[in-house]
Design a protein around this ligand. Structure first.
Ligand SMILES: Nc1ncnc2c1ncn2[C@@H]1O[C@H](COP(=O)(O)OP(=O)(O)OP(=O)(O)O)[C@@H](O)[C@H]1O
Length: 527
């Protein structure tokens, strides 16, 4: 590290004082590195001065009229604060990068060295694009000033590959002009470790489930109680009440938490496909089957949990096959005679009246009793309206970030209307309403006007049988919703064409398997 001598000169506060001090230093041929002037104080940082020279300087400076004292200090106060700050930044288990508005790196702590595999000396003062590439979200942040959280970035630069989660916020001057940006960075492996550790706690397991009503708290307690056992669970509740979220929470709370959690929507596919998805098939078992055969979801979920969503939609034939797995713990692939042992906990979910279905012989009684070991009923939103404000704030935060909007809340009339609504589509409907209100409005506060437009469509979107009409041949007079659907369908079709399985397509699209299956059904893409 470069070394200096630091002088602190206390002097009378008068015009010309600094210039006289500088004249003395100049006359003695002292090389200055920095100079700071305060009322009654001048600080100079010079090359290292040996004792003899230092005494001459002190003597000559003291001869300047009005100079009271000339002291030597180890570090100036601001340097102490700066060093302390840098030591803190290097000690924390998170990367910190600061850039100025010319995209030059001004700060780069030790953690970042391990994420980007480069020494700070090699990046300080360099263009951030060399480090993070031309598409880094930090560049946009410096232009639009909108902070964001938890973006996952995979990058490559001259020093190697990096994969991290990044949060960014702008740095502004007194006039609110953007003068740079600061980002915190977490290596993806560390982020996953942290997320796993958090989800082991009860609070972490329920982190996606918003609501503090007595009804929801009761359900959470029940989930905690049943999670530790291996018994089959039947989650019952109307569509959109969060059955899949609770199934995931039970898995996270169980001993199987480090094993796979796999979910399938039994309503999303025709019977034959559900069968091959669940059980897999042996090689060459039917025309069109993959040469190598295929493992089913029971195998994929081995050791973990399999969530059978919309179990009421399973055909009676498959119900019989499922019952055998539950009774004997073995599966048989389509086209195979070999039985394979599996160890899977089943969480089934339904919004159907299974008792009524049994009366009509549409659901097997023996399977019902096998599944219904622990029934958990999820309350509809209209019975826990006190959760609406929390849910609204949660979805505003989610969609503000997704849509790059700054929305701080709703007005009273908006909230009042939400309380009066009956919510047949439950939390999913509320989620859609808030998303649309953010898309349609452009105010910082959601108002009745955006809600009016938004609620108009909500029944349509959240209700069942929501298959969109066939797409119009041309794009003339296309409204936004239809345009989005058209685009969504195209993107899904492309992902399906590129992939060998729905699961692989879901991975490409960055959505869950269940979400993809719902869309496949909705757009009638399954054939
Ligand atoms: N308590 C909640 N907090 C936050 N989001 C929720 C909550 N309940 C449901 N959601 C959201 O609502 C949507 C529907 O939830 P989910 O798919 O779990 O419902 P479901 O009961 O399984 O519905 P379906 O019967 O139609 O499959 C999801 O986007 C989910 O994230």
């Amino acid at each position: 590290m470069e070394r200096f001598t630091r002088l602190e000169i206390s002097a009378e506060d008068r015009l010309g004082m600094t210039s006289e001090i500088l004249k003395v230093l100049h006359k003695l041929g002292i090389n200055l590195h920095s100079l700071e002037v305060f009322p009654r104080k001048v600080r100079v940082k010079t090359e290292v001065l040996e004792e003899g020279r230092l005494q001459i300087i002190q003597r000559d400076l003291k001869n300047v009229q009005g100079v009271d004292s000339v002291g030597v200090v180890d570090l100036f106060d601001f340097e102490k604060s700066e060093r302390r700050l840098l030591a803190i930044l290097d000690a924390i288990d998170e990367g910190i990068v600061a850039v100025n508005k010319e995209f030059r790196v001004e700060l780069f702590n030790s953690y970042c060295e391990s994420v980007f595999k480069v020494k700070k000396e090699d990046v300080l003062g360099q263009d951030i694009r060399r480090l993070m590439g031309p598409d880094s979200p930090l560049l946009r942040l410096i232009q639009d000033g909108i902070a964001w959280k938890n973006k996952e970035v995979s990058g490559h630069n001259q020093w190697g590959d990096s994969h991290y989660i990044i949060n960014g916020r702008p740095v502004r001057d007194d006039d609110e002009h953007i003068i740079g940006a600061v980002a915190s960075v977490k290596d993806i492996r560390k982020a996953i470790e942290l997320a796993n550790a958090v989800s082991r706690t009860t609070e972490g397991a329920f982190k996606e489930i918003v609501g503090s009503s007595q009804a929801i708290e009761r359900v959470k307690k029940m989930c905690v109680a049943v999670a530790k056992s291996n018994s089959t669970i039947l989650l019952r509740g109307e569509s959109g009440t969060g059955k899949e979220l609770f199934a995931k929470a039970i898995h996270r709370l169980s001993k199987r938490r480090d094993q796979p959690f796999v979910t399938i929507n039994c309503a999303a596919l025709p019977d034959s496909l559900i069968e091959s998805e669940l059980f897999g098939y042996a090689r060459g078992s039917f025309t069109g089957a993959a040469q190598s055969g295929k493992e089913g979801l029971f195998r994929e979920a081995d050791g973990g949990t399999l969530c059978l969503d919309e179990i009421g939609e399973l055909s009676v034939r498959l119900q019989a096959k499922l019952l055998r797995v539950l009774q004997e713990g073995v599966i048989r692939k389509i086209g195979s005679n070999r039985e394979e042992q599996v160890n899977v906990r089943i969480i089934a979910a339904t919004n159907k009246n299974l008792e009524e279905m049994m009366r009509q012989s549409l659901f097997r009684e023996d399977l019902f009793y096998r599944l219904n070991v622990v029934p958990i009923f999820l309350p509809p939103l209209r019975e826990r309206k006190e959760d609406i404000p929390l849910l609204v704030n949660h979805f505003i935060a989610v969609y503000s970030e997704k849509l790059n909007r700054r929305v701080s809340g709703t007005d009273m009339a908006f909230m009042d209307k939400l309380f009066k609504h009956d919510w047949p589509g439950n939390v999913r409907e509320l989620q859609n309403v808030i998303e649309r209100a953010l898309v349609l409005g452009d105010d910082d506060i959601l108002s009745l006007q955006s809600l009016a437009l938004s609620l108009e469509h909500s029944a349509q979107k959240s209700g069942e049988g929501d298959a969109p009409q066939p797409f119009p041949p041309g794009r003339k007079n296309l409204n936004l919703r239809r345009a989005v659907q058209m685009c969504e369908r195209e993107v899904i079709e492309q992902a399906l064409a590129q992939s060998k399985s729905y699961r692989a397509a879901a991975r490409i699209l960055g959505i869950s398997h269940t979400a993809l299956m719902k869309k496949v059904k909705r757009y009638e893409l399954s054939s």
